[in-house]
Write a protein that binds this ligand. Structure first.
Ligand SMILES: Cc1cc2nc3c(=O)[nH]c(=O)nc-3n(C[C@H](O)[C@H](O)[C@H](O)COP(=O)(O)O)c2cc1C
Length: 331
């Protein structure tokens, strides 16, 4: 067994729940990451949420100090590794200084960070939206994959989690995190039953006081269901799920939403000025967001639901064993 795979799996086996709080642009600040760590799940900071390198330095210092106090699950950092992202070198230097246990990469090849993260003992996972990209990330040498599936908040995938996981499991036996519309404890358990090692949860954690968003965004999540979302590439250049009322108030027409915008991460972080800031994203699991609640309470609820699933499975196994025993008596 690959030692990096064992280490990554152990992280999620020993955490309170097999869950990684997803990195989310303009959502996941140090408070959300620290609250996730305090609640016993892996917290992930999205590096572009710091407006400059000095702010990133301060954010990583705060998270690193909190993680040391919690002394439980590791924290993770999500980096854009696209060639046009001009903060890459400066961010990498901070990664080497603050040493997040896990580095997740998006929008580009994870090859750029592998050696330098491995050099200090960190582990690298790559976001992938297709089996082809999963193969590429594996060839590059990642320690784990994050499968972004259909229905995910933010830049979404197009493939169904059942089929996507099954195909990837044919050629990869290493750690997998499943992302996309996982908003309840039973869905976390379902991800494991499908063959994932852990669930990546985004949308469910936005309507928390610890996130960076406005109260209007939180309230809109509470009142929204999956039919209140539209998937479009027009806003940020990549297919993403957006809350319809925010598309409308930003002035997007039905015609514009069918168009594709160009991807360009140079200079400013976002391709279109309105993406993420004025036009808000959520995944298909938004219906499970019933109220604004602190991360601790969300995790407690997820844990109750997850444990209820395990108890039900235990009951199912006992019932199956009884049926087998009855059959062998009557045979
Ligand atoms: C508002 C929002 C912003 C996001 N920003 C990022 C990001 O900056 N980097 C990234 O890798 N993923 C980003 N994501 C995707 C999440 O990391 C994760 O894959 C997704 O939220 C999981 O699906 P769920 O929201 O249905 O739980 C974002 C998601 C949302 C909802």
């Amino acid at each position: 067994m690959h030692s990096a795979h064992t280490a990554l799996r152990a992280t999620f086996q020993t955490a309170r729940l097999p869950v990684m709080a997803a990195p989310m642009f303009l959502v996941s600040g140090p408070e959300l990451v620290c609250a996730s760590l305090s609640a016993g799940i892996v917290g992930t900071y999205a590096a572009p949420n710091a407006r400059n390198v000095e702010a990133l330095d301060a954010a990583l210092s705060q998270i690193g100090a909190h993680a040391a106090e919690c002394a439980g699950v590791p924290w993770a950092l999500n980096m854009i590794v696209h060639r046009s992202y001009d903060r890459f070198e400066a961010e990498m230097a901070l990664v080497e200084r603050y040493r997040p246990g896990i580095v997740t990469t998006a929008l580009g090849s994870p090859r750029r960070v592998l050696d330098r993260v491995h050099a200090y003992g960190g582990l690298v996972m790559a976001d992938v939206i297709s089996p082809a990209l999963a193969r590429k990330a594996i060839e590059a040498g990642v320690d784990g994959l994050l499968l972004v599936t259909n229905g995910a908040g933010g830049h979404t995938g197009q493939y169904h989690p059942f089929a996507f996981l099954a195909e990837v499991r044919e050629f990869w036996d290493g750690p997998i995190g499943l992302a996309g519309a996982i908003s309840t404890g039973s869905q976390i358990r379902a991800a494991q039953l499908l063959g994932a090692d852990f669930a990546v949860i985004g949308t469910r954690l936005i309507a928390t006081p610890e996130s960076m968003v406005s109260d209007q965004y939180r309230d809109l999540l509470v009142s929204s269901r999956m039919e209140d979302l539209t998937m479009s590439s027009a806003v940020s250049g990549v297919p993403a799920n957006w809350l319809k009322p925010t598309l409308e108030s930003a002035g997007f027409t039905a015609e514009q939403l069918k168009a594709e915008a160009r991807i360009d991460f140079s200079g400013d972080i976002v391709a279109a000025p309105k993406a993420w800031k004025d036009v808000w994203s959520a995944g298909h699991g938004v219906g499970a967001v019933r109220r604004v609640a602190p991360v601790r309470e969300v995790v407690e609820e997820l844990e109750r639901e997850y444990l209820a699933c395990l108890r039900k499975e235990q009951g199912d196994i006992s019932a199956l064993a009884r049926r087998h025993a009855d059959r062998s008596v009557t045979a």
